[in-house]
Design a protein around this ligand. Sequence first.
Ligand code: NAD
Length: 459
Amino acid sequence: MGETLGQASASDTVARLRDAYESGRTKPLTWRLAQLKALGALLRENGPALEKALWDDLHKAPAEAQYAEIGFTLAELGSVQKHLRGWLRPARVAAPAALLPATAKTVLEPLGVVAIIAPWNYPVQLTLAPAIGAFAAGNAVVLKPSELSPATSRVLAELVPRYLDPAAVAVIEGGVPETTELLAQKLDHIFYTGNGTVGRIVLEAAAKNLTPVTLELGGKSPTYVDDSVDLDAAAARIVWGRFLNAGQTCIAPDYVLATSTVQAKLGPLIAKWIERYFGADPKKSGDYGRIINDRQFERLAGLLGAGRLVTGGERDAGERYLAPTVLAEVPRDAPVMQQEIFGPILPFVTVDGLDDAIRYITAGEKPLALYVFSDDARTRRRFLTETSSGALGFGIPLGHIGVHGLPFGGVGASGAGAYHGRRSLVTFSHEKAVLSKPLKPDTIQLIAPPYTPARENLI
Ligand code: NAD
């Protein structure tokens, strides 16, 4: 890649970061807080450059760039800055009577050199929000933005060394070859966000060095809607969650599970809210995104055609524009139901009712998120206890990502590990067990051999 010409190799970069880490410079709280402060300055002082890059890569509206990327990351940063001192305090735990007198505690220590490998859909947030935890924990950090959002990758590669400690923080740009080379290095943690196929490659590479890994993956996030709710209000929320960033959101509602009766009422309401948000012709809306590249556009175009078209379907390959599209009564074996959609298509799949919906969900991979629109307490409780997903949202898609106290991550095929808030600090730390016992009185003599009679050594 042209942009990456002159870039140091991954092995040189990681070696340099390792020297910095070994020197101890990243460990003091002052270094950690300085990086967090500098990251805040980077985000605050470069709004226009970041917004432009996100527009160039994704046609992302500046307002959306602010709340879903820049502002989001700043809010996450603020919460970590506020609590870091407290979170770093050693936590005392009780020692068993047999070991007393003794004190036991856990201490969070940094891991070393960590890599953060990010995707293209929220390229600012998903590169920098994990970095907050990595800095807070006192690690040297290498960031690998996605090559599929090249404008953002470039801006980050320019800004990061200007704001953050260049001795201990680096950006590696590039695609598969560069990432493969990075993964071949000895790292102390790999934090990967992206698809499950590459997730497996990351795990394999990590296995060679026994490197711990966080996998933030995707999958199909179901949305169940029944007729106990205000369907118009539910439609407004579902449309917002599905078509934000032209559907290219890992936790977007991927499909709706509803009875035919609910579908018949919900379809027109969803169409109404699409028009309310993006106008009669969403192509002309400055608030509606584009598909990231031709390959994704062709894949999405190939998923159209199933079920009954409720609204949308228009497309323009030249602009990579795909209208917000809703398909009702989609067969369960349709291609659009066989893969994560990750674009502006919302299929409705017919279920008989609650049992059928739960059966359908639990028969598939564990989703990254599951959304339920029902005012029935028993229905909600059944989803809580009978299904497993990274997150469960009642009445709101996406919202859980903004609650910094909630761990953000998947389960099973949708990921392993989590971050945000204190969880980010823990993810990028080793929780060291520390036990301290005075040499006298030597209570260990009570259990030391010889196991028979005399205990004359005991003081
Ligand atoms: P992507 O293609 O940008 O890939 C992600 C990263 O993996 C990039 O940095 C890329 O360079 C690297 N990569 C790609 N191929 C590789 C290979 N063969 N070897 C090593 N590295 C490689 O992004 P994507 O995977 O298309 O992202 C979309 C997916 O990510 C969706 O499945 C989505 O649900 C998921 N996602 C998950 C989250 C989350 O937080 N859980 C967030 C966003 C996206």
